[in-house]
Design a protein around this ligand. Sequence first.
Ligand SMILES: [Zn+2]
Ligand SMILES: [Zn+2]
Length: 276
Amino acid sequence: MSVERVRGSGGTQSPVTLVDSHCHLADEAFEKDLPSVVARATAAGVGAALCILSADEPAEIDRARQVSAAWPALRFAAGVHPHRAAAYAGRPADAARVAKEAARLSSAVAIGEIGLDYHYDFAPRDVQQAVFTAQIEAAVESGTPVVIHTREASADTFSILASAGRGLVRGVMHCFSGTADEAAQALALGFHISFSGILTFPKAGALRDVARTIPEDRLLVETDAPFLAPVPYRGRRNEPAWVAATLDALAACRGVPLDVMAAAVVRNFDSLFPVR
Ligand SMILES: [Zn+2]
Ligand SMILES: [Zn+2]
């Protein structure tokens, strides 16, 4: 089913309302044509999105102001990404401080993306863990939800979420591409699961099987734009308008009408990331 099909018989109604729970619109990839990217998102019915900011990149924090002016419905999250953790070796509290300051500057509704990435290992693992832990503790302190990036690191991610989170932190496993068992662990911690364009890939049958098992009130969808464009846009710069393709795949694999799926995802987004 496509977005067209739920537009109704009049043909002129706006499409179903969507959200993009994770995009990087303050990335320099969008610097030249941001207004048209926002216009296409709005035309596709994307009523809100969460823009992830790299807390320790001043140029990106600066661009966030322009992005916010171009799209007032946008919400922000800020955090020190695991790829950048090496700079905080021996001083993880500074990463938490930088994340909190960027969150304050951008009126962020979440801390993130934060986590562990053992695929690229750009920072030593013990440093990644310390930086992640410090930011989880900061999120618990301020009662802020978190956006988690985890790659080939699920056991350590869950153990840090459980210990540093103390059962008090909510959030989302962004760009989820794990197993049913990993999804169950995230759900048990009270987390949401966000699917990206990977869900639309022909070879992602196992992931679609997992997507069928997630309770409706824990589901989110995202683009991770400018990365990971869904079918049929693969290989191109991704953008929030294309979250519709991932929502389409999610509704289709769960066998529910697109408008029902969209309403659930919008509800979940507003409940996890309320405007502060
Ligand atoms: Zn990520
Ligand atoms: Zn991201």
